[in-house]
Design a protein. Structure first.
Length: 120
């Protein structure tokens, strides 16, 4: 979360929404959920579509280097709802909704959306 906070100059308050209420930070009035994975080929996923409670979600990958993460990309809730597929990622845990990394806006496009489209 802090990587997104610093990269996109977002205000982050760990107490603002409570523990994993689906919103980690805001850009103006736009709510953002940051999803973190340790897998380099991770998808942005939610167990249920209604667990995507924010306006925008960003996928971040942990790396093996200390204090280094990779911001992969992000997507609006509307596009996620439209484009997401279903797959069982963990055997016996049921289906989850997901979009692959290729469908996410890259970091430079996230910034452009936050500063023009979303926040205009």
């Amino acid at each position: 979360m802090f990587a997104c906070n610093l990269t996109f100059n977002l205000k982050f308050d760990v107490h603002a929404a409570g523990p994993d209420a689906g919103v980690d930070m805001y850009f103006g009035g736009t709510s953002i959920d940051v999803k973190i994975s340790k897998w380099c080929d991770a998808n942005l996923l939610f167990k249920y579509k209604n667990w995507f409670r924010s306006d925008y979600a960003i996928l971040v990958l942990a790396t093996y280097e200390p204090n280094v993460v990779e911001i992969v990309g992000g997507i609006t809730k509307e596009l996620f709802d439209e484009k997401a597929g279903q797959k069982e990622f963990k055997r016996g845990r049921g289906l989850s909704w997901f979009v692959p990394q290729e469908m996410l806006d890259p970091p430079d496009q996230i910034w452009l959306k936050f500063t023009t489209t979303i926040h205009a």
